[in-house]
Ligand binder design. Structure first.
Ligand code: MN
Length: 711
């Protein structure tokens, strides 16, 4: 157990002024009050609050918090009164101790009765002073470290479950990842000892086998960094058993299938270097598609920032890499404590260019507050203020962005519940679906199977999940898409029959088809209400009825077959895949039949085509897509080359632009940087050229993108 002197020098290490006398008094007070009480482990009880204080020191908390940490169980477990604490240690410390004591009351009641109702009280009281919450986390951390000494298995399991469900998420929310990991891992070991043991022993085995992999990977990345002259520190580790278990559950795979259990962290000096380092990693190693995350431009809710990517690293091992700056690392490891540190070390100014808005709030409090205690007292709920917590009737906590409605809540549970929501009850009374939820609301959604989303609902919700689900249901998305497809089908079809139409022609066709507008006609074509055959027929009718519209120098176009192949003109031969170009529905395509082998399908403009034509034993085929038969749900890959100026966070903006238009990114490579320009190659899956055109347009509207070219 830590001595008084260690405690004091521990605080002095990061905190300028220390009231030694007060700390000694608190230490002795704790010893005296808990006296001969024993813990189940047989240790004297007072070892618990003193060790909690030690944890708080490791988080670099202020003096008041550490003293309150020492005193946190005196009211609950001894005859000490709040008045006594106020008398000895002052109002401020007493208030914190009182806050922790109130939270402890919830712990003694049974799981069932405190569910829901009391969870939210826990959160609410916690929100009254962030320090109360941090002491509670330190308390829980020490309790879970010593959990094995509790004799009753049920009690142990209860504490472990509660730790996973309440405390680990709170630690994550505040951003103290070190505590979050330890809470999760220890609770997991208690709840699933067999699984924990298996994973742990496999990890140990793997660690022995991979120790040199970790060190040689670190060395190799270090060499790459040296080459591009970026100073950095690199560390490698195996992931924690709990995070591995979560992955196995989420992806429904076995340990053997889980290949990226090694994670590496690269810490650099600046945001620019983060992206340079990322580019360097992506150039040197094979990138695993779909795993890249840019949390620098879009920080997580708890303000976590980093770049994440997975690659096939040196020695052909799948590894995860995180890249971040020192500041980001501080915040990731210590959360709020990082800010205290920030004040104490004094000198640096906040980076106003970064996007952590709540940190800016805290920083402004910091700058206006006279001391660190005031800063902590003022911070109160600021940290939690961009999020509201509500609970389901079963007690599950749901976090939503502030301003969310009851309907957002329903969609956050499941889109089916959202779509069928008919009545909502908040804290027992019925409310309209657009009611804005408050922190701690207990919400019950009553579904009606006859209910469907109404257009007005789009205005009732703020979360992306709800918006997307409603739009999807109402078909607003589909309408736009189908119209685009219809439009491209219309022109492609006419082009295929060598028909050049004027605006007037299109209007006449529109009129003859009894459509009110072009949009309506394109939608009707896209949704197969009007067939290509009808268009050609109508066109021919117009031409023969009014020869003055334009000179008809060709015979009327023949009518396409109503057969079902997706490509017209294909003989019955196997199709050979090609790597030079990737045709998608709507492209002008050409087929090359190679005797007794098969058919290659190329884009008409493919650079290899002239060469292919010259080869012996080949026959060119005129092919065209059958717009009527193609399946909009089928996705085709194609490559985009984007030239962009360097801008922090642009990768995520590019990805968002593509995703906005429904494209799926399946691969991404970042090329060499020239001056301030660099090239990104993105492999994206789309259903047709109409969609590709929309993606293209969206990309071109991003300011820093100079050029978008398809391969
Ligand atoms: Mn305690």
């Amino acid at each position: 157990m830590i001595t008084q002197q260690d405690l004091i020098s521990g605080i002095e290490e990061y905190c300028g002024e220390v009231n030694e006398e007060l700390i000694r008094r608190a230490y002795l007070f704790t010893l005296d009050k808990h006296g001969t009480q024993l813990r189940e482990s047989g240790d004297p009880f007072f070892s618990h609050p003193i060790e909690v204080a030690e944890i708080l020191i490791s988080l670099k908390m202020d003096q008041d918090t550490i003293i309150a940490g020492m005193l946190h169980d005196t009211i609950e477990d001894t005859h000490t009164t709040l008045e006594e604490i106020t008398e000895h240690f002052g109002e401020k410390i007493a208030k914190i101790v009182d806050g922790v004591t109130k939270l402890s009351k919830f712990e003694s009641s049974s799981l069932a009765e405190r569910q829901a109702e009391n969870f939210r009280k826990l959160l609410m009281s916690a929100a009254s002073d962030i320090r109360v919450l941090i002491i509670k986390l330190a308390d829980r951390l020490h309790n879970i470290r010593t959990l094995k000494f509790k004799k009753k298995k049920l009690r142990r399991q209860y504490i472990a479950k509660e730790t996973l469900e309440i405390y680990a998420p709170i630690a994550e929310r505040i951003g103290i990842m070190g505590i979050k990991d330890e809470l999760q891992d220890t609770a997991f070991a208690e709840l699933h000892p067999e699984i924990y043991k298996t994973i742990k022993s496999r990890l140990r085995h793997l660690y022995d086998a991979s120790e040199h992999i970790i060190s040689s990977t670190v060395n190799e990345i270090q060499k790459l960094a040296l080459k591009i002259d970026i100073p950095c520190s690199i560390s490698g580790r195996l992931k924690t058993p709990h995070s591995i278990w979560e992955k196995m559950k989420i992806r429904n795979i076995s340990f053997d299938q889980l290949s990226d259990i090694m994670a590496f962290r690269i810490i650099v000096d600046s945001i620019a270097q983060c992206y340079q380092m990322l580019g360097c990693i992506h150039r040197n190693y094979l990138v695993i598609p779909g795993r890249f995350r840019d949390y620098i431009s879009t920080p997580k809710n708890n303000n976590y920032q980093s770049l994440h990517t997975s690659v096939i690293g040196p020695l052909n091992k799948r590894i995860e890499i995180q890249i971040r700056t020192k500041d980001m690392h501080q915040i990731a490891e210590f959360g709020i404590a990082a800010h205290c540190d920030y004040k104490i070390n004094g000198a640096q100014k906040p980076k106003t260019s970064t996007d952590y808005h709540w940190i800016r709030n805290l920083v402004s409090v910091l700058e206006n507050a006279s001391g660190i205690d005031e800063f902590l007292a003022n911070s109160k709920t600021e940290i939690l203020s961009d999020t509201v917590f509500c609970v389901t009737p079963k007690g599950t906590i749901v976090s939503l962005p502030r301003g969310s409605t009851v309907l957002d809540f329903a969609y956050s549970i499941h889109s089916d519940i959202g779509n069928r929501a008919s009545v909502a009850k908040v804290n027992g009374s019925s409310v309209p679906l657009q009611t804005i939820v408050e922190n701690g609301d207990q919400i019950e959604i009553i579904v009606d199977h006859k209910q469907v989303p109404k257009p007005a609902w789009e205005g009732y919700v703020v979360t992306i999940k709800a918006k997307t689900a409603i739009k999807k249901f109402l078909g607003a998305f589909d309408r736009e898409r189908i119209t685009m497809i219809g439009k491209s089908n219309f022109y492609n079809c006419l082009e295929r029959y060598d028909i050049a139409v004027t605006d007037r022609d299109v209007n006449s066709i529109c009129e003859n088809l009894k459509c009110e507008s072009r949009t309506q006609m394109f939608y009707a074509i896209g949704s197969s209400q009007i067939t290509m055959r009808e268009i050609i027929t109508v066109y021919n009718e117009i031409k023969s009825a009014n020869l003055n519209l334009s000179v008809v120098d060709k015979p009327p176009a023949s009518i396409p077959n109503e057969g079902e192949p997706s490509i017209f003109g294909l003989p019955n031969l196997p199709i050979t895949p090609v790597s030079c170009c990737s045709p998608i529905p709507g492209d002008r395509i050409v087929g090359i039949a190679i005797d007794n082998v098969g058919i290659e399908i190329h884009i008409e403009k493919c650079r290899l085509l002239p060469e292919k034509e010259r080869e012996p034993n080949v026959k060119m085929l005129e092919l065209s897509w059958n717009k009527k038969a193609f399946d909009v749900n089928k996705k085709y890959p194609t490559n985009l080359y984007i030239t962009s100026t360097y801008e922090p966070g642009n990768l995520s903006k590019i990805a968002t632009a593509i995703e906005n238009k429904g494209g799926d990114i399946i691969n991404l490579k970042i090329g060499e940087k020239y001056d301030n320009l660099f090239q990104i190659q993105i492999e994206v899956e789309v259903s047709d050229i109409a969609q590709l055109a929309m993606i293209n347009a969206e990309l071109r509207s991003v300011p820093f993108i100079n050029k978008v070219v398809r391969s």
